[in-house]
Design a protein around this ligand. Structure first.
Ligand SMILES: [Mn+2]
Length: 446
């Protein structure tokens, strides 16, 4: 029950709480007792259920657009200070996420037994150290294996699943800072994911990128662009049973409209405007097996376009502010276009450049974890004359070792290798011991 004793005491004698099932018959009684009549009508919002109108009698109601909704629409447009807050707290939150998942992955590789609820306590502890932290915006949800297939799953601390590194893990974590509200869902796998899991996550990622990179005229609704997030899943005969995005408040509710992306008809009556903040969270849930979601917070912003048909003014939806790596081992590269790979690499480069400095000198383990997670895994041009790729084994005569870090018995290096031109930037995983490869010029063979 959401109205607990404290709320009941606060409401006092003036508010009576009645069972939900009695709602319609109670309205009919109001008419019967003469409290509601034609010259003493009930004021209803324009989205009120027709059942309510019928219970009260059409002649006894007046329907008007809700003034509360009009104010909510104005509140939904954040100002430049709030938008900067969204950027800054997501960077701090990203550092806590990196510290947490680095710790978690280490625990799992060391065979430590953890259940779904133990994991979230540690994350709250790390976040509570951050500037301006004010608490969770809802209880952190970790769901593993079949539990991740339950969209509104909530682990019971007394009886919840043990995490296995060979299962999909979904983390939904939201908290409040004085400068904003987070809502981030990540999908992780610390072992070897199946082809089916990778295919689904890749389709979800494509939908996520499609929303992230969408360009549309101002006042386009989230209802109109919802299918952009689903079309890749549809190609594989898949879908998800929830909206693609909801409004996110600024140090307010984590679900805060009126804007949103989805097939709810309400989302077709609220056009997207610059300054609105919302989530982008397509997913896929394999009933009884596992679930996947990639969620970030985005800000609607203006963009210049070569033309301005009908003088609508075009917007680029969206600026992504969430700073959390996407697990590349869960991505199947072959369906991705060059543009999608580029998006992934640029996003990871941004996460590393913004979150990394907060970990330097503070948490070497988390920093190494972040660098690995943000390593380019895709064979795509990074810039002039360079390629990025991950290789299991390399043999190079001359390379410049930029930096090295050791995880799980493997050495990871970022090196610049001078082969026949041009230069290549390569993330190398080798069997060398960390200490044996100093930075600088080296002959690294494996
Ligand atoms: Mn959400």
């Amino acid at each position: 029950m959401q109205v607990d004793d404290a709320v009941t005491a606060h409401l006092g004698q003036d508010v009576e709480v009645r069972p939900y099932e009695e709602f319609l018959s109670y309205l009919e009684d109001l008419v019967g007792t003469g409290l509601v009549k034609k010259d003493q009508p009930v004021l209803l919002g324009d989205k009120t259920s027709l059942a309510v109108v019928h219970a009260l009698g059409e002649e006894n109601v007046v329907t008007v657009p809700s003034p509360v909704a009009a104010m909510a629409a104005m509140k939904a447009i954040t100002n430049s200070t709030e938008i900067e807050g969204f950027r800054q707290y997501h960077i701090r939150d990203g550092a806590a996420l990196a510290r947490y998942f680095a710790w978690l992955e280490e625990q799992l590789h060391n065979g430590v037994v953890l259940d779904e609820s133990q994991r979230s306590d540690k994350l709250e502890e790390l976040r509570s150290e951050l500037d301006l932290f004010r608490g969770l915006s809802f209880t952190t949800i970790f769901s593993t294996g079949p539990n991740a297939a339950i969209i509104h799953y909530s682990p019971d601390p007394q009886n919840c699943a043990i995490i296995k590194k060979d299962q999909v893990l979904m983390s939904q974590t939201c908290c409040q800072y004085f400068d904003g509200t987070t809502d981030v869902t990540g999908t992780w796998h610390f072992g070897t994911p199946s082809e089916e899991e990778k295919r689904a996550l890749t389709r979800v990622l494509q939908g996520h990128i499609a929303i992230d990179t969408a360009v549309f005229p101002t006042e386009t609704t989230g209802y109109a662009i919802d299918s952009w997030a689903r079309r890749y899943l549809w190609k594989d005969g898949l879908d998800y049973r929830h909206g693609t995005g909801h409004g996110v408040g600024h140090f307010l509710n984590v679900h805060e409209g009126p804007q949103g992306i989805g097939t709810r008809i309400a989302y077709n009556s609220s056009g997207l405007k610059a300054g609105m903040t919302m989530s982008n969270e397509p997913g896929y849930y394999a009933d009884g097996k596992w679930g996947i979601r990639i969620e970030s917070v985005v800000v609607v912003r203006e963009i210049e376009t070569p033309n301005n048909f009908g003088k609508f003014g075009y917007l680029r939806s969206f600026e992504r502010v969430t700073m959390c790596p996407i697990q590349t081992s869960l991505i199947n590269l072959s369906p991705l276009t060059l543009e999608e790979k580029k998006w992934l690499n640029e996003y990871h480069a941004e996460v590393e450049s913004k979150v990394g400095p907060l970990l330097e000198g503070k948490d070497a383990c988390a920093l190494a974890w972040l660098k690995i997670k943000c390593d380019t895994a895709c064979l795509i041009p990074l810039g002039r004359g360079s390629l990025a790729r991950r290789v299991e084994q390399v043999v190079f005569v001359s390379i410049y070792v930029q930096e090295c870090y050791c995880r799980y018995g493997h050495l990871y290096c970022r090196v610049f290798a001078r082969q026949s031109p041009p230069w290549f930037l390569i993330a190398v995983k080798s069997r060398h011991q960390c200490a044996s490869v100093p930075t600088g010029h080296a002959g690294l063979t494996d």
